[in-house]
Design a protein around this ligand. Structure first.
Ligand SMILES: NC(=O)c1ccc[n+]([C@@H]2O[C@H](COP(=O)([O-])OP(=O)(O)OC[C@H]3O[C@@H](n4cnc5c(N)ncnc54)[C@H](OP(=O)(O)O)[C@@H]3O)[C@@H](O)[C@H]2O)c1
Length: 247
């Protein structure tokens, strides 16, 4: 789809990560309007964006956003939580809330905005995923499972919304140098333990995503780690190691 003149809505634009880059780059590419949505809109200031309060895990908030932003033709489902918990011994409430945000929140957004997109010729949905959708990682398996569920959701939406002409695409990211990832790595691995070379630049990832949307791609591999994880799927079923790239 053409981004120049489009109207986009980006979830999770309040942090310093991919969401903010999506908003800024969409504006740079000439989008007519960009809704920068966040749970705490009072903390968001992005020149040229229309800031909107949105908590994707709150159905009333999702409905209000869809009612307000009835002109959207690109929905970027970027918001997610990434707690460092496993499935067997992790806090059950945290596991459930991870699913509530990453899977059910993304589903709620797709359901609320599908009619909006249909009303504007189909448009596009971009779901921001992770290589953890294709793997597991000791210490973050609640997140991995939620991203795997989002992967299934993305494929299903593509089938279900094809009839209304909606492009449903996914951005697969390995590890990117966002404040959230850096804080997670410092907390779990120890400061300085994450090799800088492993981290992709979120601005580059977003550029690849928007190029992919303009080209009509359904799967966009953002960085080297995403390319390696995808290639590992062709091998025996085993865990992809993000630190060595070896499956
Ligand atoms: N960074 C990486 O290495 C990496 C790798 C693979 C995939 N990803 C994916 O990239 C996307 C963006 O993550 P990021 O790393 O760029 O970090 P980020 O800036 O922390 O982005 C996540 C955003 O989601 C928001 N959020 C969380 N729960 C929400 C809810 N219920 N409703 C609305 N917003 C909510 C957060 O808002 P608050 O500020 O209010 O908490 C935050 O702004 C995520 O989908 C993540 O899974 C990132």
């Amino acid at each position: 789809m053409k981004l120049h003149g489009a109207t986009a809505l980006v979830t999770g634009a309040g942090g310093g990560g991919h969401g903010r880059h999506f908003v800024e780059q969409l504006i740079e590419r000439g989008a007519a309007k960009v809704y920068a949505t966040a749970r705490r809109p009072e903390l968001v200031e992005i020149p040229g964006a229309e800031v909107l309060r949105l908590d994707i895990s709150d159905s009333a908030s999702v409905a209000a956003a869809a009612a307000h932003a009835g002109d959207v033709d690109l929905l970027v489902n970027n918001a997610a939580v990434s707690p460092g918990v496993n499935l067997v011994d992790g806090d059950p409430d945290t596991i459930r809330s991870t699913m509530d945000t990453n899977f059910y929140g993304t589903l709620a957004m797709a359901r609320a905005f599908a009619p909006v997109l249909a009303g504007h010729g189909g448009g596009a949905i971009l779901n921001v995923l992770s290589v953890m959708a294709w793997s597991s990682y000791d210490g973050a398996n609640a997140y991995a499972a939620s991203k795997a569920a989002q992967w299934g959701l993305t494929n299903a939406l593509r089938l279900e919304l094809a009839g209304q002409g909606t492009l449903v695409s996914t951005l697969m990211i390995g590890m990117a140098a966002t404040p959230t990832m850096k804080a997670y790595a410092a907390a779990t691995l120890g400061a300085g333990m994450l090799p800088e070379g492993l981290l992709s630049d979120p601005a580059d990832n977003v550029r690849a995503a928007l190029d992919g949307i303009e080209a009509g791609e359904i799967e966009i591999l953002a960085d080297t780690m995403a390319i390696e994880a995808k290639a590992a799927l062709a091998g025996a079923p085993r865990s992809f190691d993000p630190f060595t790239g070896v499956a």
